[in-house]
Design a protein. Structure first.
Length: 256
């Protein structure tokens, strides 16, 4: 996926006052609406304090910043839930390790934005892995920068500063720890105990425990595979998937 392909999928939007009709006259409601300039679809209704940050502007600023710093990356996936009202754009970086044949961990940045007020503009850098055709799932979120739409756009220098400091953390600490999961012996009972301590819904614990009992590889990586499989194949909510995968990573990394 290229930058142009990402931008081509993002509809231009505008923000206009919201009116209602009473007795044949229009009255200002004190609110404003975000709508697509092509589809005229209404993506959100907000107070006058709301600052519109179009998806195209948000991701373009990130592209420009990384390009200016000569940071190599590739847009790997673009998700547009709520009919395009929310955006999750994944940028993949060259840093990666191979845990086993066909099982790699990459450094990725997720840029997200929304028009409904439920998701603030944010950038999340983390260690991610490819597990199947469903795509990328999180292993460890290393930093997250968040910006409310009422406060304007994020400072470019903060992104750059955070990015470079966390890339070093990824290379020096996260990747070796993930590789160490393969050498980490975990018994059947230890795995069940870890699953029970996870801060996730009981139904996901049950699913995970059943799959762990049938797992042949009794290592930290085997347990991590079980938990990320359940998160990506059973859990339907994207946010719950990411939370569960992050919890799994931390539980195994700190199992003692």
């Amino acid at each position: 996926m290229t930058q142009d392909e990402v931008l081509a999928r993002l509809e231009p939007v505008e923000i206009t006052p919201a009116y209602h009709l009473i007795g044949g006259k229009t009255h200002d409601t004190g609110h404003q609406v975000v709508r697509g300039t092509d589809s005229h679809h209404i993506y959100g209704v907000h107070t006058k304090k709301y600052h519109l940050l179009p998806h195209r502007d948000a991701i373009s600023r990130v592209f420009d910043t990384l390009d200016h710093q000569k940071i190599e990356y590739t847009p790997s996936r673009l998700e547009l839930p709520k009919g395009g009202g929310k955006m999750f754009c994944h940028l993949k970086f060259p840093d990666k390790i191979q845990i086993s044949t066909g099982d790699e961990v990459n450094l990725e940045l997720i840029v997200q934005n929304s028009y409904d007020g439920m998701v603030a503009f944010s950038m999340e850098l983390g260690a991610w892995r490819i597990i199947c055709s469903n795509g990328m799932v999180i292993g460890d979120s290393m930093f997250k920068i968040r910006q409310e739409h009422a406060k304007g756009f994020l400072r470019e220098d903060r992104l750059v500063e955070e990015f470079f400091s966390q890339v070093k953390h990824f290379r020096d600490e996260v990747l070796p720890l993930l590789k160490g999961f393969r050498e980490m012996g975990i018994t059947k009972q230890q795995g069940l105990n870890l699953i029970q301590r996870l801060a996730v819904a009981e139904k996901w614990k049950k699913e995970s425990a059943e799959k762990w009992l049938s797992e042949e590889e009794r290592t930290g990586w085997g347990l991590y595979n079980v938990l990320t499989f359940v998160a990506s194949h059973v859990v339907k909510s994207y946010v719950v998937q990411r939370n569960m995968q992050a919890v799994a990573y931390r539980a195994i990394a700190n199992r003692n």
